[in-house]
Design a binder for this molecule. Structure first.
Ligand SMILES: NC(=O)c1ccc[n+]([C@@H]2O[C@H](COP(=O)([O-])OP(=O)(O)OC[C@H]3O[C@@H](n4cnc5c(N)ncnc54)[C@H](O)[C@@H]3O)[C@@H](O)[C@H]2O)c1
Length: 251
């Protein structure tokens, strides 16, 4: 079985200290990649990198807010200084924001989620893509959400940001298809991570009731989908959104 190895590759994973980010980092490291973990939570990122190093992998933590262009430019510069290359970018950092109907949301609620979940994808991808274009190789995988396809009530900013990631993926995928760069995203359904703590329990129950498999996904299951798209096994796949939702999305 070939195509899934990530030897000689450097992966930059944003939100790398969170539930799904850590699972992706572990999986990529096991496949042979060197890992740059970027997170606004500096201590958690350091702890995650230390765990990977303890298991014999090469991993470095970087702290920064991916919604801020100054932080993003510094992050990409530092990763390139430490590793010399970035082969895989995983845009995974994100938050859900306030759970409330449109008429109760303030402008700052909207801006925060759009900045962290969507503008960050623009900023980090824009910072990395010249390097990938120069090498005529690279791969971007972003973590969208079922919310971006279906629209989740009381989570309008989140749904719009995630829908934006799907459109971003399709457009950028077409822009760089001739440069040897693939751009894809995954759309997880509900996954058991600390992100769910941002939701009231009734909302998680409603979400669970919509999953044909009758259970939440795990971070490892999302990491497996991301790994596939980031690997040579997906060499003929670009500008796509791969669902990881227990059968919830059928389109
Ligand atoms: N958990 C789910 O059910 C689910 C479903 C669909 C999509 N997702 C998406 O998966 C991704 C990972 O989520 P998770 O479930 O692991 O959540 P999580 O809260 O465990 O992890 C998110 C990570 O992103 C980091 N982060 C937040 N804002 C940041 C910023 N401005 N700059 C840098 N890092 C920042 C956090 O510190 C955290 O470590 C998110 O984009 C989320 O929207 C999650």
């Amino acid at each position: 079985m070939s195509g899934f190895g990530l030897h000689d590759r450097v992966a930059l994973i944003t939100g790398g200290a969170g539930g799904i980010g850590v699972a992706i980092a572990r999986r990529f490291a096991a496949a042979g990649a060197r890992i740059a973990l970027a997170d606004v939570n500096r201590d958690a990122a350091r702890e995650a990198a230390a765990q990977l190093a303890k298991a014999g992998h090469r991993a470095i933590a970087f702290s920064g807010d991916v919604s801020q262009s100054v932080d993003v430019e510094a992050l990409v510069r530092d990763v390139l200084k430490n590793f010399g290359q970035i082969d895989i970018l995983v845009n995974n950092a994100g938050l859900m924001g306030r759970v409330a109907p449109l008429w109760e949301l303030e402008e700052k609620d909207w801006r925060r989620v759009i900045d962290v979940d969507l503008t960050s994808v623009f900023l980090v991808s824009r910072a990395v893509i010249p390097h990938m274009r120069a090498r005529r190789s690279g791969c971007i995988v972003s973590v969208a959400s079922i919310a971006g396809k279906e629209g989740t009530p009381r989570l309008i900013p989140y749904s719009v940001a995630k829908g934006g990631i799907i459109a971003f993926t399709k457009a950028l995928g077409k822009e760089v298809v001739g440069d040897g760069i693939r751009v894809n995203c995954v759309a997880p359904g509900v996954v058991e991570t600390p992100l769910l703590d941002q939701l009231p329990p009734d909302a998680t129950q409603v979400m669970l009731s919509k999953v044909p498999m009758g259970r939440f996904g795990t971070p490892d299951e999302v990491a497996a989908a991301v790994h596939f798209l980031a690997s040579d096994a997906a060499s003929f796949i670009t500008a796509q959104c791969l669902d990881c939702s227990g059968g919830r999305a059928t389109y």
